[in-house]
Ligand binder design. Sequence first.
Ligand SMILES: Cc1cc2nc3c(=O)[nH]c(=O)nc-3n(C[C@H](O)[C@H](O)[C@H](O)COP(=O)(O)OP(=O)(O)OC[C@H]3O[C@@H](n4cnc5c(N)ncnc54)[C@H](O)[C@@H]3O)c2cc1C
Length: 437
Amino acid sequence: MVDQKIKSFYSNEELITHIKSGLPTLFHSSQTSTVIPFENIKGLLNPQTILGNLSTIEGHLEFTSNNDLFVSGFVTWKEAKDFCRSHGREIMTSPTEELAGVLAGIATSCTGERSFGFKNLRSQIVELHYLDYKGNENKLSADKKLLLPFDLTNYHNDFAPYLNFKNAPYPRLLVETDLMTGTEGQLGIITSAVLKTILYEEETYLFILLPKWEENFEPHLEIFHAVQAFRNEIRACEFIDSNSLSYLPAEKNPGKNQDIVFLEVRKSNFDTVHENLLAKLKLTNEENIFEMASGKCRDLRVSVPRAIFEVNSRMGVSKKGTDVQVSALKFRDLLTFYRSYTNRGVDYNLFGHFGDAHLHFNFMPTPDKNDFCNHELERLYNKVFEWHGSPFAEHGIGLLKKKFIAPFFTEHQKVVFRALKKEFDPRGQFFPEGFMS
Ligand SMILES: Cc1cc2nc3c(=O)[nH]c(=O)nc-3n(C[C@H](O)[C@H](O)[C@H](O)COP(=O)(O)OP(=O)(O)OC[C@H]3O[C@@H](n4cnc5c(N)ncnc54)[C@H](O)[C@@H]3O)c2cc1C
């Protein structure tokens, strides 16, 4: 039950007036964050923190002369995608939850299915504008180095091993736009952004039926290693296990007690992928491979996490899910670790961004198993630390993951967070309970 003061904004002018008041506020957009339980936030925020709704600010979309997409105000990923397609263009980021806000996506450094082929949103931002604590609008460019009045050498040295991950345990802070990317609204409010787009090309989906990963994940690993050489042809390489699929109505479930991996490929690349990759798999028969139309696939993809969310809501528990990405070398270790979770008397499921070694394992606990699951997750995060993996590669830290991220921060990160807050949020008004505090 929400017990915070709520304020909706209908224009940037109203927002500026509020920012100038200095009142502590957690600004939000669609509230689809899985790490901020907006429905059950009482006790997690200071009582005086206001929930500031940005989703009431009218959105605007247009193309720049370079065919980049200009987004201002509240625009969902679905609206941005439809707008681009109606102009023969495409955005390269595709989070599974399409009703999330585009500008919020920058704040959470959101990724998604297409990161396999196009990397993450961070690399697609050209420039953005944000409101600072004085209510002034500032421009940040992706082609300018981020210059701050304090030293970032140690911070960058610590970040280096994570450069190839979708997101590290802390924001990158290399170029100007990084200041608002993944900082979760703790340094200012993003009001507009310019994102790169590409020419639209029709896509198709190739589905591969696999045995249950708990019993045998060798065919899965064969596919994982094979797709790495096809990042130019394959845009997304996703996994949904038999447990996740079991939440769907039977007519929507393409497997029979089987897992699936599916590939998003341009229609023009279909033959290459089929002949040079799928036909060469030794552990998967061709009869287990089939094509699915994009609309049907999208429906399937979105239905799974939503169904899981509903089950958890009915149980009255917060999801105990992971967001771990590891290097290709550690993917077998990650799957082996997740397998150790499957005989603990708690329901579970596994799905996610398979090609990037980034999977969401979800415990589906009854309320009495909550503590047990928290303990098990701590064990996992110790391993992720050891493997130099990324504990929260796309959903961010918010409020729910603060406890688990703490061991990943050394004094180097804490010094920089304190300096950033002092410089950009001296009154502590932007999401004061966030991970930088
Ligand atoms: C079913 C499901 C699937 C999902 N799949 C993905 C996925 O594939 N990839 C992925 O990355 N995430 C995914 N998510 C997580 C979520 O959708 C993202 O974190 C998303 O970016 C949140 O957007 P939102 O509009 O809901 O933001 P909110 O939940 O409202 O806010 C999230 C954070 O952004 C900050 N924020 C919001 N707007 C602004 C702004 N204008 N300026 C500054 N800060 C701001 C808020 O302060 C808050 O810290 C999924 C969630 C669900 C429920």
